[in-house]
Design a protein around this ligand. Structure first.
Ligand SMILES: [Mg+2]
Ligand SMILES: [Zn+2]
Length: 187
């Protein structure tokens, strides 16, 4: 039986991982500001043959703070700024619901990550999930993804609160994750 090459993918949370987070929500393209080095880090992953998917809770939509058009405009800015440094985000999955909606996609529920597994035909066991909140890591761990916490965004609070999924690795930021991940990549 021929063995297929594992498909190379990295799954990222958005707020607090790629861009600066705000307790007041990121509601407009102007409020969407990249964390220094994050878009360049995505470009490095691409250059190493990885695709990048984003899975992000956006309950601000369900709360009526902004609409899907505003979210699309934010993501157009994200894609444009990533492209300017040679980076590419292949897909953005978002949950527009609030906790009261009891949907299957709001992290820590694994719905968005299940869709990513199907869309990209990947093995979760080979695939890192990078987040700044426990729920990002829990959603990934539920499907066997490899959990990575960054200290940006809510990361320091998340680390202090403890209870991280077994095997979680901790990095200063997305740039540090990429440096470490590519250095330890299986040949
Ligand atoms: Mg986050
Ligand atoms: Zn949802």
């Amino acid at each position: 039986m021929p063995t297929s090459t594992p498909r190379k993918l990295v799954v990222l949370d958005r707020d607090g991982v790629i861009n600066l987070d705000s307790d007041a929500f990121i509601k407009t393209p102007d409020e969407w500001v990249a964390i220094p080095g994050s878009l360049e880090a995505i470009a490095r992953l691409n250059q190493a043959g990885y695709r990048v998917a984003v899975a992000t809770n956006q309950s601000g939509i369900g709360r009526g703070l902004f609409d899907t058009a505003a979210l699309n405009a934010m993501h157009a800015k994200m894609h444009r700024l990533a492209a300017a440094v040679g980076g590419r985000i292949d897909a953005v999955f978002f949950c527009p619901h609030t906790a009261q909606d009891h949907c299957d996609c709001r992290k820590p529920k694994p719905g968005m990550l299940k869709m990513i597994v199907e869309r990209f035909e990947i093995e979760p066991g080979n695939t890192p999930v990078v987040g700044d909140s426990l729920r990002d890591l829990e959603a990934g761990a539920a499907l066997g993804f490899r959990p990575h916490l960054v200290r940006t965004g809510k990361g320091e609070k998340t680390l202090a609160a403890g209870g991280l999924p077994e095997g979680t690795r901790v990095h200063d930021d997305l740039r540090a994750f990429v440096f470490d991940f590519l250095a330890n990549e299986p040949a």
